[in-house]
Design a protein around this ligand. Sequence first.
Ligand code: FES
Length: 125
Amino acid sequence: MEAVLATYQSTDTSAVTTWFKACTVKSIPENGGACVKYKDKQIAIFNFVRKNVWYACQNLCPHKMEMVLSRGMIGDADGIAKVACPLHKKTFSLESGENLNGDLPAIATYPIKIEDGFVYLGFSE
Ligand code: FES
């Protein structure tokens, strides 16, 4: 599973070469998440209505290598948007990917944009 984890690398907006049309805005619950597939990756998308910001990150939780983060609770830690894994409540920044309550590897985060009612994810591959 380490090899799978390594396929997820944070992407900076300036490095984006592909904007992938992932889904409609309406298919993502408000203040919740859903998972989409891009190539061999599962990407969690969150519509953080309380902050009026969208986030995307790997769906894979690095704790027990479970594809579950899209079902996690989102919240705020001192102004940083975060997601808590639904299994054992490890929390990750949705901005930097950092594990906020432990020393797990950071999760990968991805650029996201909304256009004409659709959600686009940015990839550099
Ligand atoms: S699998 Fe995510 S916290 Fe354990």
